[in-house]
Design a protein around this ligand. Sequence first.
Ligand code: VG1
Ligand code: CO
Length: 543
Amino acid sequence: MNILKITTQAFDDQKPGTSGLRKKVKVFQQDNYLENFVQSVFHVAENIQGQTLVLGGDGRYYNKQAIQIILRMAAANGISKVLVGQNGLLSTPAVSALIRKHNTAGGIILSASHNPGGPDADFGIKFNIQNGGPAPTPFTDAVYEYSQNISSYNIIDTDDIDLNSLGQLNIGDMLVDIIDPVTDYAELMSHLFDFNNIKVMFDSGFSMRFDAMHAITGPYAQEILENRLGAGPCTVINAEPLEDFGGGHPDPNLKHAHELVSLLRNNSQHSFGAASDGDGDRNMILGKNFFVTPSDSLAIMAANAHLLPGYKNGLSGVARSMPTSAAVDRVAEKLGIECYETPTGWKFFGNLLDDNKITLCGEESFGSGSDHVREKDGLWAVLFWLNLIAVKKQSISQIVTDHWARFGQNYYCRHDYEAIDSQIADDLMQHLVDSLDQLQGQSFGNYQIENCDNFSYTDPVDNSVSSNQGIRLLFSDGSRIVYRLSGTGTEGATLRVYIEKYEPDVSQQNGDTQLVLSELIEIANTVAQILTRTGRTTPDVIT
Ligand code: VG1
Ligand code: CO
């Protein structure tokens, strides 16, 4: 076996954001760039010699090349076996499930999630640890630190291997096991949900459409929905994973999944629509002419989980990321269970799940999941809703409006200002931090700020502190405004503004979110001086 030690210079821009390292493909294609990061991961994950790793990606441009490089490096770094998805494909939740099922030392996921793909678009890489979840901050900090001083990496000099057929191959002393990407994941789902009941519903004419957005969930959804649950051969649209996602933006929201949205218009023959993102961890849930907000979806799941086989013993607790609406808090209160508020990013749920403090968790950004894996899980959420509809025998809009009648409604929206100059964005956030004392107690029309802070989280399991996680303005009537900068963008900075108002009285609920929130939106813009600082009159995306 021919191990080469390649000398290299360090890269100073390899700091992982909310979800791993994300950059333009062109950045990853620089000499030794990917190699530096991978060697740094292998260095920090020091116990991996002689162990097994899981490896796969969402199939975007550069997935193929990166897999071959990582395999050659894994062999040179003494890893004994790699489970790799056929054709290099694996969804993020499937990687998490495989790590857990096969007790591996971790896994590497190649994806930039919902960011577009192609030679001029984005690529990403992320390491998941032994519990199946994203590496925690101390780990990624250590990777970054090492990547800045790295001087060489190990790689084997060998040809690319063929990943098209299932089976086992060797690279040097390392075994490469090419596995079907779907099998283990589909089996896990069949234990959590009542597949028979859902099948009966499809057999009796229930119709749905699932938009895979030419990303990773196509093969998963076809196998589970069409083949196992009998949903019908045309259920999955845009099913084939493509390197550039067919030129689209694999982000399951009302803007980017417009094809699905139009299939679910008023007189549609379908009762249910769903979509997932590039790497399969997000979900969007639609009824006939009806959109379920991700925050509501989490709350409704929590309120009804006990009706489904995998959760029949109830929930130990729930958690939501800080900017996610407080709808789930009201459910937790009624159920008498704890509700944790964590910073944005799935890694913060890991300890709570491992310690059995929570069973369900979610984020406003179309992500929800449970203790079955350590990632958010798009198809899991879709199956959860399907099973719920099969049990309740109600439409999606009925289920949601019943929920509001019982718990009240959290009106909610997010405004994204994309590709702002980084310095301007940093200054805007700093100005908010500097204004906190002065904002305390201040009134704006009908609203008074009761409390405001720069969110800081102390992990209840390991007591680690994550500070500077977003500015919160908490109003006396329970309304909230939150500001933070995205950690997943690849161009300039993205400012996210989250606005929320609680309406307990169902007779006052008038449905038009932007109208209900209009006064708070204006306050949000004024306080952060968005127009004067960025020149932007409207957000790029409203969700
Ligand atoms: C966004 C979302 C966050 C999510 C992250 C990764 O991060 O807001 O909730 O965990 O993406 O999701 P940010 O820093 O851009 O706001 V994924 O589907 O890209 O793994
Ligand atoms: Co994703």
